[in-house]
Design a protein around this ligand. Structure first.
Ligand SMILES: [Fe+2]
Length: 308
């Protein structure tokens, strides 16, 4: 697949300082050694979140990484064929406008993540111990969780089929799983989903997710966030069925949910992927606490509709 990962996003927030404090606690690193509250870096992906002041929360830009400039040329040709608006086209960068919501999608040539392997160890019955004579690293450390990368964005669109078609037919993402007309999980590499498009009354970022090393970091990170401010808690800890990923969702001050996630499925080929026939609650999760109603209908939805 020509595309291979998300690169970065621009997120509009009504209170930049408050959202900056959230992402600092979440484990991202502020730009310019912490002096720049508008740019936030992950451990392995560099500056992946740009915050800008906006009247209400908005996904203003979504960046996707391509392997080389030939990939950009092919996407550009498909965009022309589909009469999609092209804002900029060069050998290194292609900027398009998603037709249903106006979202700016920027495709650029980007390297793969250079993530080192986790140093966490696990002991399981029937297998050689990975750790012996010492406690687990995650109970010994007092260092904050540092998310590896921005791994997915779930975006609500009032015209879900049009937005989804743009991501699949123009950009070339593949659908891993979907509940037709409700939500589609699409990927631009091996990770089960990098972009999910859900049907909603208005365009807004439902949540953004950061991949951490393992479930230890999901729980440790989430617990730290709610220890600092219990009002941040949204939903978790649990495990999704679609994608299999562990999750703990927090609420950032602008209203967007922000997820620690780990152990998401990898897909080598859509032909080889064998998902279950998802039923009932599995659409949302396999186990963990039930989702709060606000996860499905965010508290600021009426405000977002009024502002659209
Ligand atoms: Fe998610």
């Amino acid at each position: 697949m020509a595309l291979h990962r998300l690169t970065s996003i621009t997120l509009g927030v009504p209170d930049l300082a408050a959202s900056a404090a959230f992402f600092n606690d979440f484990g991202l690193v502020g730009g310019s050694g912490g002096a720049d509250e508008s740019r936030w870096a992950t451990r392995d992906g560099g500056e992946q979140v740009e915050l800008v002041e906006a009247p209400h929360r908005q996904l203003q830009r979504l960046g996707i990484g391509a392997e080389d400039s030939d990939d950009l040329a092919q996407i550009g040709a498909r965009a022309e064929q589909a009469a999609a608006e092209i804002v900029e086209s060069s050998a290194e960068r292609l900027a398009l406008v998603e037709p249903a919501t106006g979202l700016l999608v920027e495709v650029s040539v980007a390297p793969a993540y250079a993530a080192g392997p986790s140093t966490h160890t696990f002991n399981r019955p029937g297998l050689e111990p990975e750790r012996i004579d010492v406690p687990a690293k995650s109970v010994l450390t007092d260092q904050p969780v540092r998310p590896s990368n921005l791994t997915h964005v779930v975006y609500s669109s009032p015209d879900q089929p049009t937005t989804l078609t743009f991501f699949t037919d123009v950009l070339g993402l593949e659908i891993s799983d979907q509940i037709p007309g409700v939500i589609a999980f699409a990927r631009c590499g091996e990770v089960h989903h990098n972009v999910a498009i859900q049907a909603g009354p208005v365009a807004f970022p439902h949540h953004i997710a950061f991949e951490v090393d393992d479930v230890d970091d999901v729980v440790r990170g989430g617990q730290h966030m709610v220890d600092v401010d219990p009002n941040r808690n949204m939903w978790g800890v649990g495990r999704h069925a679609i994608g299999s990923n562990w999750f703990w969702y927090l609420r950032e001050p602008g209203g967007t949910f922000v997820e620690y996630t780990a152990d998401i499925d990898r897909i080598s080929s859509q032909d080889l992927y064998r998902p279950k026939d998802w039923q009932g609650h599995e659409f949302l999760y396999s186990f963990g606490p039930p989702p709060p109603p606000e996860f499905l209908e965010p508290a600021d939805l009426a405000e977002l509709i009024a502002a659209s």
